[in-house]
Design a protein around this ligand. Structure first.
Ligand code: PEP
Length: 239
């Protein structure tokens, strides 16, 4: 089971360093749970340095598919690898909503990361209007198609199911809704599938105990050390 904290655009390099020091001291034994943090680019080096030699890995929040080139504002897999990042999130709904990310560019980013020998957490998920229109499965199938054709099942590929209506809203998918979506995703691509969307220490246990839920991608509740540690401990109970 993987619990990954997506910090979004929170924490400066020095804040990241103190968070990682505190996390390392307080995480304790989380058994079968793999723990990862995903700081902003500028805080990656500090997080990696503070967590060196621990079991906690560090991922970026996005990565470009080209090795280098005229892509202002982007970062390549080689740059992340040299820093010691374990991998990257790609296709977060905020990237899709605000930065023009498409199903195809998400798959290109994911493929380049796998090809560079790193791990990928590729995000998919429907809008509330799409769920209301009974389009959830069609949307997931459309988002997954280029990932399946570019990569397919791979040991370093993880999918995160993040219903957009549950991200940062406090509205969590019910365990049954999450399980249904995860089972559908698994019927398309059988890799570990994380749930994301308002996961907190008090709902993590029930969500993580669904048969097709293999971990969580956590936003808000990953920004506070105590809350993130409690959430990882709750997952460890059912892992
Ligand atoms: C996320 O950012 O991926 C996320 C799921 O956010 P939150 O946990 O705050 O809903």
């Amino acid at each position: 089971m993987l619990i990954a904290g997506n910090w979004k655009m929170f924490k400066t390099p020095s804040e990241a360093a103190s968070f990682c020091r505190a996390l390392r001291e307080s995480i304790g034994d989380v058994g079968n749970v793999d723990v990862a943090v995903c700081p902003p680019y500028v805080a990656l080096a500090n997080a990696i340095a503070e967590l060196a030699g621990s079991e906690i890995s560090v991922y970026a929040q996005n990565v470009h598919w080209a090795e280098n080139g005229a892509f202002t504002g982007e970062i390549s897999t080689g740059m992340l690898a040299e820093l010691g990042a374990a991998g990257s999130i790609v296709g977060h709904s905020e990237r899709r909503q605000y930065f023009g990310e498409t199903d195809e560019t998400v798959a290109k980013r994911a493929k380049a990361t796998i090809d560079a020998g790193m791990k990928v957490i590729a995000c998919v998920g429907e809008l509330e209007s799409e769920r209301d229109a009974n389009e959830t499965e069609a949307v997931l199938a459309r988002q997954l198609a280029p990932i399946v054709s570019e990569i397919g099942v791979h040991e370093r590929l993880v999918i995160a199911y993040e219903p957009v209506w549950a991200i940062g809203t406090g509205k969590t998918a019910s365990p049954a809704q999450a399980e249904d979506a995860h089972a559908f995703i698994r019927s398309i691509i059988d890799v570990p599938i994380l749930y994301g969307g308002s996961v907190k220490p008090d709902n993590a246990g029930e969500l993580m105990s669904q048969p097709n839920v293999n971990g969580a991608l956590v936003g808000g509740a990953s920004l506070d050390v105590d809350s993130f540690v409690s959430l990882c401990a709750a997952a460890a109970v059912v892992a």
